[in-house]
Design a protein around this ligand. Sequence first.
Ligand code: MF3
Ligand code: CO
Ligand code: CO
Length: 264
Amino acid sequence: MARELITLLSSREVDKMRRAGHLAGQLLHHLSTFVKPGVSTLELNDEAERWTQAHGAKSAPLGYGGDKDRPAFPRSICTSVNEVVCHGIPNAKEILKEGDIMNIDVTLIVDGYHGDTSKMFFVGEPAPVARKLVEVTNECRRLGIAAVKPNARVGDIGAVIQEYAEAQGFSVVQDFVGHGISNVFHTAPQIPHYGDRGKGLRLRPGMVFTIEPMINVGTWEVEIMADEWTALTLDRKLSAQAEHTIAVVEGGVEILTPYPGDDA
Ligand code: MF3
Ligand code: CO
Ligand code: CO
């Protein structure tokens, strides 16, 4: 396998990542009061865009990723409801209803650097399997982060996530992975949420990347909708995701996108 060049961030750069990340975490927390039955995912998007501009930041997803094969992402946040795995596009016709589970994924640019984080929300009371899926997904993220320290390997992160998710009877999405992030939204290294302990890139202080496991109740396989973005489970069973941007530091790991009430 070709060796990719992994950028190590200076402490000044990590400082900028921290500022972007903390603002992204605050935005997720801000949006939590708007999530309830009857609200459309576009209303959540519009509140996020308004809040982001009011705080002098920029939404990274808006206009991101267009190429000859697909249009650029048209909204400011991703809203992924129930069987949507990731990259759900906010829509005025998508009205949240009692019992839904939803991931909101926000990425803010502050002073040129990115903070990328997501969490699950319950709309009213979830079914028992939905609650368990979200709890397991949060624990997968926590375990993945806890595996990060200098000299650990990328495979250690995926292994601990996959072992826990599968022991709970769920599956791990393979088509989307965590990613290096800095003044670039998505860069090397790739961080799979499955894999083998002791394998892969060795972690060094100054590496900054996301851990963002997507965990499914049924099959791990996904399908992309005709809009070229929305990923959903092939069997249409529930999916959940939780993301943080983290930095490898001398003493272990720093979460760059904390938010109130998070137990990661
Ligand atoms: N925030 C997503 C991630 O975690 C990426 C969204 S790209 C978008 O990597 F264009 F869909 F917004
Ligand atoms: Co994200
Ligand atoms: Co990400």
